[in-house]
Design a protein. Structure first.
Length: 733
DNA sequence: TTAGGGTTAG
């Protein structure tokens, strides 16, 4: 009996104790929800460890959830906490996967998911899958996501609405719109999220028409859209550049009383700027009760894209928080509008200000600006920076580096980067093919094209443009014909205008002018200015007056202000001695106030880019440059150099004036500057905005021999590598 | 005993 009394007492005691514990537990647990800083959370954690409450899986999961999902706690701390939980339950595992899925490192969700399968006694449930699928969408990890989809079906969650909705988004994000649509159509009880997922999938997958159509269908089926729907619809309007429909959507939102939150406001701003009405955007922006970094960046982007850099700068200066995206907007706007120097100035400002840290987008845009300017020192510095900061070299960065090195004249470095990586997508291969092509290595470019086939990478339209360009620069006519004729039947790439222009260039340059004309006549679409330009260039090279007149007529019909066409035609007339025609064209240029684009050459020295215009004497070292030019002239004359005056296109009449004008061509100034400032071991790298003229070409060849210097000159079309009196273009350009 | 899916800038 005694034995009975003891347990009865202890049971009673235990029960009291348990009640107290429950009460205390409840108190501690309820404080978790009230935490508003990581410090408070850590205090609760400590108390739970002291009381042993942390070792109760449910209580631990409460604490963990707060740390994983709260805005004030870091994911690292949460992960640490998770690792301390002796036996995390499925709920806890799911929460960790969820937290990683919306973090900056969604890949961890996969790692944790595999860990769950290995270590958790429960199988994944219907809550697990949406989180894992979300991670797959973020990463566009189509194979992993598809496998996860299969697993969900096996565990008989194939019809769960939440999982299906996540899958629609996942397949959409991976670009498999037909699979997304198949799943969407198969959902028996679609809710508003199902519609939203499909509309966004269309909008983001470059099918804005389908997105808008689906929205109208949703209307017809009386499904009430919410603000998320409208964000997707506005994004489709922005993609379609459909301002009218966009405006209708904005009034629809008002009419239907759809709640306009900050995100929706931003989507409206974005639609207005993308559709070209920055005024509407500015009006809305001014009225917005609340703005976030997105709102500011959209406005900045709007002004920058339309080329209103002053307004963009005002927005930028007013931004309360200058995230890296804002810097990127400015840098890429300058870089893409042919203002690479301004782009580099912003990059410099970013470096000095240390407000934000360059990311991959910054580096891609900056590398492109370096490529445009031929700024190899800065480009190389960025390469070192990437390595130093441990930035992962993705395909985008690799193609930018390859492109930068190739365009700055260092084919070796471009090849080094290309062969140093294992993952190469079609753009990386295409960039390398272009690099070889512009350096006149046509055969190597073609070999690389076939190497790409062996690596099972499918060529696209860019690849073919680059391959054809490579053939053109190297005079590989037969190879060019084969590629052009095989691109559609063998590789499934339909020839576009630029491919026709390349092919006309290949044929024309090699003197097959009639064949080039036949090709133009066979075209099913109207030939563009670039096609006629290629023919005209070839006519100028081979002095074909008849076809030249035809080509320039067509070209001027399409682009009446194309001074290049007039210059080329006058070139043909001058070479064939039709002076009266030359005068007519000169008069036409005067009357229409058409000015020849001034020649401009740039050269990098000690990290600074120096620019020279024709006859420029504004450079601080101008007097040194001109004495150097005189010295060069004397030296070259002694080896038999005669200036070739025909390249002046008879725009200057007096012979001595001509000679003087020739010596003032910008590339000559840049080369002289290079000889003055660069160490004898350094190659002289010059970038010219126009095509190099025959006289400057002969000049550079001789300078390379007389001064024993490598000269790398990039003109509008290609590279000329001068060494020991020869050029890599073999005088075919 | 806890919960999930869809949205905007480069």
């Amino acid at each position: 009996m005694e034995a009975l009394s003891v347990p009865s007492i202890s049971l009673q005691n235990f029960s009291t104790l348990n009640n107290n514990l429950l009460f205390r537990n409840h108190q501690i647990l309820s404080t978790i929800d009230k935490c508003s800083s990581s410090k408070q959370l850590k205090e609760v954690h400590a108390r739970m460890l002291r009381t042993g409450l942390f070792f109760d899986p449910f209580s631990a999961s409460k604490l963990f959830t707060a740390s994983a999902l709260s805005s004030f706690s870091t994911l690292d701390y949460a992960r640490n906490l998770f690792d301390q939980i002796p036996q995390p339950n499925l709920y806890t595992w799911n929460t960790l996967i969820r937290a990683y899925a919306s973090s900056s490192d969604p890949f961890q969700s996969f790692v944790i998911f595999l860990d769950l399968l290995d270590k958790c006694e429960d199988l994944p449930n219907k809550f697990t899958f949406p989180f894992v699928i979300k991670a797959a969408s973020e990463l566009k990890a189509s194979r992993v996501g598809t496998a996860v989809h299969g697993m969900a079906i096996k565990l008989s969650f194939g019809m769960d609405l939440y999982i299906l909705n996540s899958l629609v988004r996942f397949y959409g994000a991976c670009g498999d719109l037909s699979m997304a649509e198949r799943l969407f159509k198969g959902i028996s009880c679609k809710d508003v999220v199902s519609w939203n997922s499909m509309i966004s999938a269309f909008a983001q997958g470059n099918c804005p028409e389908d997105a808008l159509e689906l929205f109208l269908k949703m209307e017809r089926e009386n499904v009430m859209p919410n603000s998320v729907t409208m964000v997707g619809v506005l994004s489709a309007c922005a993609k379609k550049l459909d301002l009218e429909f966009g405006r209708w959507v904005c009034s629809y939102i008002e009419r239907k009383g759809i709640k306009v939150d900050l995100t929706l406001c931003n989507a409206m701003l974005d639609m207005y700027t993308k559709c070209g009405s920055v005024d509407d955007a500015q009006k809305l922006f001014d009225e917005m009760p609340e703005r976030d970094v997105f709102s500011w960046t959209i406005m900045l982007d709007g002004y920058a894209k339309m080329g209103d850099y002053d307004a963009a700068r005002l927005v930028f200066n007013a931004m309360p928080v200058k995230e890296i995206a804002a810097w990127n907007v400015l840098i890429s706007a300058y870089e893409q509008n042919g203002k690479p120097k301004e782009a580099l100035a912003i990059f410099n400002e970013l470096q000095l200000s240390k407000i934000a840290k360059p990311d991959e987008v910054t580096l891609v845009s900056t590398l492109s600006a370096c490529a445009q300017l031929g700024a190899i020192d800065l480009g190389g510095w960025i390469h070192v920076y990437i390595k130093r900061e441990g930035i992962v070299l993705n395909c985008h960065l690799i193609s930018s580096l390859v492109d930068m090195y190739a365009k700055c004249g260092s084919l070796e470095k471009a090849l080094e980067v290309f062969y140093s990586v294992e993952e190469r997508d079609v753009y990386v291969w295409s960039a390398m093919i272009a690099g070889l092509g512009m350096h006149g290595r046509g055969k190597a470019a073609i070999d690389l094209f076939f190497e790409m086939q062996e690596a099972k990478v499918k060529p696209n339209s860019v690849t073919f443009t680059n391959v054809l360009c490579a053939c053109s620069h190297a005079g590989l006519v037969d190879e060019g014909r084969v590629f052009f004729h095989e691109m559609e039947p063998v590789y499934g790439v339909v020839p576009e205008m630029k491919h026709y222009a390349c092919m006309v260039d290949i044929l024309g340059r090699a003197g097959f002018l009639e064949e080039a004309m036949e090709l133009i006549n066979e075209m099913s679409t109207t030939p563009s200015a670039s096609v006629w330009g290629a023919l005209l260039g070839a006519c100028s090279l081979h002095m074909n007056v008849e076809l030249g007149e035809l080509a320039s007529d067509q070209l001027l019909k399409l682009e009446p202000r194309n001074h290049g066409a007039i210059v080329l035609l006058s070139n043909i007339y001058a070479k064939t001695g039709r002076w009266e025609k030359v005068s007519e064209l000169r008069k036409l240029m005067r009357d229409t106030e058409l000015k020849k684009e001034p020649g401009c050459s740039s050269i990098e020295a000690n990290g600074n880019v120096h620019e020279f215009l024709v006859g420029d004497n504004t450079h601080p070292l101008s007097s040194n440059i001109y004495s150097k030019l005189e010295e060069i002239a004397t030296k070259l004359k002694s080896v038999g150099y005669e200036p070739n005056k025909s390249h002046l296109l008879q725009l200057i009449e007096e012979d001595d004036l001509k000679e003087q004008a020739l010596s003032l061509h910008s590339e000559k100034l840049a080369i002289a500057f290079g000889l003055v400032t660069l160490a004898p071991s350094q190659p002289i790298r010059v970038v010219k905005n126009l095509r190099i003229c025959g006289d400057c070409h002969a000049f550079a060849k001789l300078v390379s021999r007389v001064y024993d210097r490598d000269i790398l000159l990039r003109d509008r079309y290609r590279f000329h590598h001068f060494r020991d009196g020869h050029c890599s273009c073999m005088d075919y350009w």
